[in-house]
Ligand binder design. Structure first.
Ligand code: CA
Ligand code: CA
Length: 207
């Protein structure tokens, strides 16, 4: 009996290993020049840049589990210089990059999302990204509390220490400039028409 159980366990482990290996093969995309060109045509990058992003993607998506996808934990490791911890800012970035909302970032989502940070990306796209980043509770507008939470998270992750009154000044200035209707919240329309939301020099812009 003991021998049978052991044999069965070994067989199951071997089967699991095979399945997981097959899973890796199935999910990892083998991309060629045409794929890079196709993605380039939908984004602000050229085919060479998409190919370079593919190398970066392979590195990021394999840092914990080499499965062809970037998990939230892998994004955290990339953005937070190897520190594995929960972070509001990374959560928001992951949420925005995971366009299909299936819990992982695939290569197409990675390239499409990073395209927003390209210098030639339309200002409207940049404003929409920043708006969705700050609209933490997805209410369709941004309140003081959301800007405050995100700025503190951003500062913490960048190892920057700023006194509270300076952070308050940043928030107040943001609202003075963006909240044109003076109702204490920033909607998408206000955000698009030039209300710059503070993003700072967070490492996400350098990945
Ligand atoms: Ca992975
Ligand atoms: Ca996804």
């Amino acid at each position: 009996m003991i021998i049978r159980c052991t044999l069965s366990k070994t067989r199951d482990q071997a089967l699991l290993k095979t399945i997981s290996f097959m899973g890796c093969i199935c999910t990892k995309q083998r991309l060629g020049k045409k794929d890079f060109e196709a993605l380039a045509s939908k984004t602000c990058f050229n085919a060479g840049e998409v190919e370079a992003l593919h190398l970066l993607f392979k590195k990021l998506s394999s840092c914990l589990v080499d499965d062809g996808f970037i998990s939230k934990e892998e994004l955290q490791l990339a953005l937070l210089k190897g520190r594995k911890k929960q972070s509001l800012f990374t959560d928001r970035i992951f949420h925005l990059f995971d366009l299909k909302h299936d819990g992982v970032i695939e290569f197409q989502e990675f390239v499409q999302s990073l395209s927003v940070f390209h210098p030639s990306a339309p200002q409207e796209e940049k404003a929409l990204f920043a708006f969705r980043l700050y609209d933490i509770w997805q209410t369709g507008f941004i309140g003081h509390r959301e800007v405050e939470e995100l700025i503190w998270a951003l500062l913490k992750e960048s190892d920057l220490i700023l006194p509270r009154d300076i952070v308050d000044t940043i928030i107040n200035k943001t609202f003075q400039e963006a909240d044109r209707k003076r109702d204490g919240k920033i909607d998408l329309e206000e955000s698009k028409s030039g209300g710059n939301l503070p993003l700072g020099n967070h490492p996400y812009s350098r990945i």
